[in-house]
Design a protein around this ligand. Structure first.
Ligand code: MLT
Length: 410
């Protein structure tokens, strides 16, 4: 008789976004004429930058000729992509990350879950609340937690609440932890961490031999020049942090799939016997065994984003979505809704009007405005009473969704 991983049975409901998808499908089946605008999942809508398209076309042509054909690529990624990343994303900001510390993958969501393969099972884990659900659910699946309580919090995790008082940037843990998930610019709240805040975390990690898993998937959306794009802008971070990055939102790769993980060579973990082990080597071993590399065509497309033309087009795409974010932020503020984020991140986080619960507000917007957002409580207990709107949509849909929301709550 085959046994299942019973940890999956501890998971509360479906993964948040498929759960929303199910509710929206049920609504649209019952109301087939409703034109639904989706500002729920942060999924891009605009075509890929032309420089990226051109490079991918050329890469397909490479596959059509024996002389240029590519079979298995390096599991860590091609140098033609790792090198420009090291140069543009790190060296240009004064950060010393070498190309061989960068592992190309099929996305930062996958990496942020897969990283648990190389970490032990008795780490004390700190997670912000609200939080991107993947960090929690992958730890539940790996058996790192007990059961969930009525509010959806899992026994064994250390939750760090984000709230209006701390501007959704949680304080350092009051108890010792070994593993810390940070995401800045933040999904879901759209808030950012200053250099001082990140320094506090790096200092904490150094003092407590902890590891920071830093998700920088939205760094391209930062407009404030004082806000760090990478944890490695903080001195000493290379000894205590792994960073995840993504091409999903910056060049529209949610469907194409490409991301990267930076594992510095000096980063060490510890065995139960106290022996130091290189996390870079473990991750390399994990990737070489379980992953065959992102596809050549995809990596060629991502590399084109680092040409002058590609950089300008990427900026145009980011600016387009950030104008949507500004329209959402300003429009909702005008009708008295309290909003956060949306300045250095493509998510607007709002307090639900009339003290509605997150899911009640979701139902109200879906049924009366035919607009889909994401209930804050889906990101954790501390998200109750809040709601997330994504700026990833066409301008017309963002403007129309605002008009419809005004009619419902105005
Ligand atoms: C979100 O809406 O939070 C993101 O699209 C999820 C993701 O990038 O996996």
């Amino acid at each position: 008789m085959v046994q299942v991983n019973e940890n999956f049975l501890k998971l509360k409901a479906g993964y948040l976004f498929p759960e929303i998808g199910r509710r929206v499908t049920a609504f649209s089946q019952a109301n087939p004429s409703a034109k639904i605008i989706r500002l729920g999942i942060g999924d891009v809508t605009e075509p890929l930058p032309p420089a990226v398209i051109k490079a991918m076309h050329q890469a397909v042509d490479d596959m059509a000729a024996r002389e240029t054909f590519k079979g298995y690529g390096p599991e860590q990624g091609y140098a033609f992509l790792r090198e420009p990343i090291a140069e543009h994303d790190f060296a240009a900001r004064g950060i010393d990350i070498s190309a061989d510390e960068i592992f190309i993958s099929d996305g930062s969501k996958c990496d942020s879950g897969n990283i648990l393969d190389i970490l032990g099972s008795s780490n004390r884990i700190a997670i912000s609340d609200p939080v991107y659900p993947v960090y929690v659910d992958t730890n539940v699946m790996a058996g790192h937690t007990g059961a969930a309580d009525a509010s959806g919090r899992f026994e064994g995790l250390v939750y760090l609440p984000g709230n209006e008082a701390n501007n959704f940037v949680p304080e350092l843990p009051s108890e010792p932890v070994d593993l810390i998930y940070l995401c800045y610019p933040n999904n879901p709240t759209g808030t950012v961490a200053t250099k001082e805040t990140l320094k506090g975390w790096v200092d904490y990690a150094r003092a407590n031999n902890a590891l920071i898993l830093f998700d920088a998937a939205y760094e391209a959306f930062i407009s404030d020049p004082t806000i760090p794009h990478s944890i490695f802008e903080i001195e000493g971070a290379k000894e205590v942090a792994i960073e995840f990055r993504s091409f999903s939102k910056s060049i529209g790769f949610t469907g194409v799939r490409c991301g990267l993980t930076v594992v510095p060579k000096q980063l060490m973990g510890t065995t139960p016997a106290g022996e130091k082990v290189s996390l870079h080597q473990l991750w390399n071993r994990r990737q070489s065994t379980k992953f065959n590399g992102a596809s050549y065509v995809v990596q060629k497309g991502a590399a084109a984003a680092y040409t002058a033309e590609g950089q300008a087009q990427m900026r145009g795409l980011v600016d387009f979505y950030m104008t949507n974010a500004r329209l959402l932020r300003e429009g909702l503020s005008k009708v008295g809704i309290k909003v956060f984020g949306g300045v250095n991140a493509p998510y607007v986080w709002l307090r639900t009007p009339k003290n509605l619960s997150s899911w009640d507000f979701f139902d109200l917007l879906l049924s009366q405005a035919h607009v889909v957002g994401t209930p804050g409580s889906g990101f954790g207990a501390a998200g109750e009473g809040y709601f997330r709107l994504s700026a990833f949509n066409s301008r017309q849909n963002v403007e129309e969704s605002l008009e419809r929301i005004f009619k419902v709550i105005g």
